[in-house]
Design a protein around this ligand. Structure first.
Ligand SMILES: [Zn+2]
Length: 94
């Protein structure tokens, strides 16, 4: 499960921009903001959203959420703590 999560992170942008073979387009509703999200799933993981009902990202789940869109996940304080991408985010965190 750990390797699946790591692959999901590293391949997210590549898969989203140019889906490779075996990638499936998915439209779902974000459990947090209720907006429709179009993303991709593949054997490598998901892109454009995060499944939080199974696998690594369960740790960021609130209540009975199933899937979270990128903007919601990036706004999650726990996620930011773990995946701080830049000094800019670190400075915003308080
Ligand atoms: Zn959302």
């Amino acid at each position: 499960m750990m390797s699946r999560a790591q692959k999901s992170i590293t391949t997210r942008f590549l898969d989203f921009a140019e889906p490779a073979g075996g990638t499936t387009a998915v439209t779902l509703t974000c459990s947090r903001c209720n907006k429709q999200v179009t993303g991709w799933t593949s054997a490598e993981g998901s892109a454009g959203f995060y499944y939080v009902n199974t696998g690594y990202f369960v740790k960021f789940r609130r209540g009975d959420e199933v899937a979270i869109c990128d903007p919601c996940m990036w706004a999650d304080s726990g996620y930011k703590q773990e995946f701080t991408p830049s000094q800019h985010y670190a400075q915003e965190k308080n």
